[in-house]
Design a binder for this molecule. Sequence first.
Ligand code: UGA
Length: 441
Amino acid sequence: MRITIFGTGYVGLVTGACFAEVGNDVICVDVDADKIAALNRGEIPIYEPGLEGMVVRNREAGRLRFTTDADTAVHHGQFQFIAVGTPPDEDGSADLRHVLTVADTIATWMEDDKVIVDKSTVPVGTADRVRETVERRLAERGVAVRYAVVSNPEFLKEGAAVEDFMKPERVIVGCDDAVAREKLHALYAPFNRNHDRLISMDVRSAELTKYAANAMLATKISFMNELANIADRVGADIERVRIGIGSDPRIGYHFIYPGAGYGGSCFPKDVQALARTAHDVDYVPQLLQAVEEVNDRQKHYVFNRIRDHYAGALSGKRFALWGLSFKPNTDDMREAASRRLMESLWEAGAMVQAFDPKAMPETRRLYGDRSALTLCDSPEAALADADALIVMTEWNLFRSPDFELVRERLSAPVIFDGRNLYDPAILAGLGFHYYAIGRPP
Ligand code: UGA
């Protein structure tokens, strides 16, 4: 099948590569000429396991092309995917400018029947706005073609995006047009394992499903972070509590890890956007507001621990920091807890010696060369003469360090762990002051 994808960010690029992988003929289009030129040289702008090989392989096979030429791209695809960004507006609502510009571009060039698919995370009602935009442009051109607008939100996780797309738990298709629904069914057939993964529903429910999923996951995290704060004060161990409650299948073990607050490009933005949608229809979303507030507070947790340990005297202190990305297996630092932490440390006059397996170039891009930040070549190098070690991302590499070496390299045996990676009893036995989240020392 012939597919056009607008937007070559995480969602667009992964979608394009994966559709090409199963034999479709895909054109990805973006307004960013530099990005398209780089992709045409086989350079992938993001780190995502498995993506580079897939892009290169399918590009060489001629099934995956990259262009800035919207005219050619629109003519190419029976399916026109909209996978452009929806950044938060000043009031937290999703900014639909890019989505509607793409809708207008599609309508400017389309000459035959198309299925227009919203893959970006967009508020309820966006498909209607896309349809209005297309309608307006077609009327202006005096062109009559059959088209449908479908909501097909994406549920991939960064760091596992290719795997999630190739083996989806579900494919949500929101569609009021039976013919378009059948076409989507055929398009996604290669991704069905064992049973049909496609769940079809009306457009508005599909749009809300995407926000509901992310808001539910964010709620689980904020709930656990709240419990961790209570555990601290009552002398309980949140890790024992986590295991205790996870054994109930109605609760489950997934996504109940307390930490330094959720980050990334989705949860913070989507919880806010859903709350905004609720306000717009005169509903006060008390739970969503609390989820966001708890997360904001949690982003200060590790810093507060550090400040209290040194009784506020942080000026001139030097900290080894392991992990900069918002989670492992990505170089993405959007809303990463490490950023709030570093900024607070710098403000207090401390210095940071950081290491991350993938996010160092992004850190350099964000913070440039500043004297209070040293980017180190290895986790061990970051430890040199530091007053303490701070762990902010649970990369596998940090899970089982040589603690003797850590103690030797640090000027004092102190660890602040924002991801609960280590066993407090073992670290106490090795002579460390070990601070975790919601665990007694
Ligand atoms: C999230 C969702 O998990 C995907 O299903 C969704 O498709 C995606 O957003 C999206 O809307 O595009 P992602 O942002 O890549 O995916 O990352 P997650 O793995 O969900 O992690 C988000 C944050 O929550 C991270 O900062 C992570 O450290 C934190 N987290 C996660 C916890 O603090 N505790 C947990 O138990 C799980």
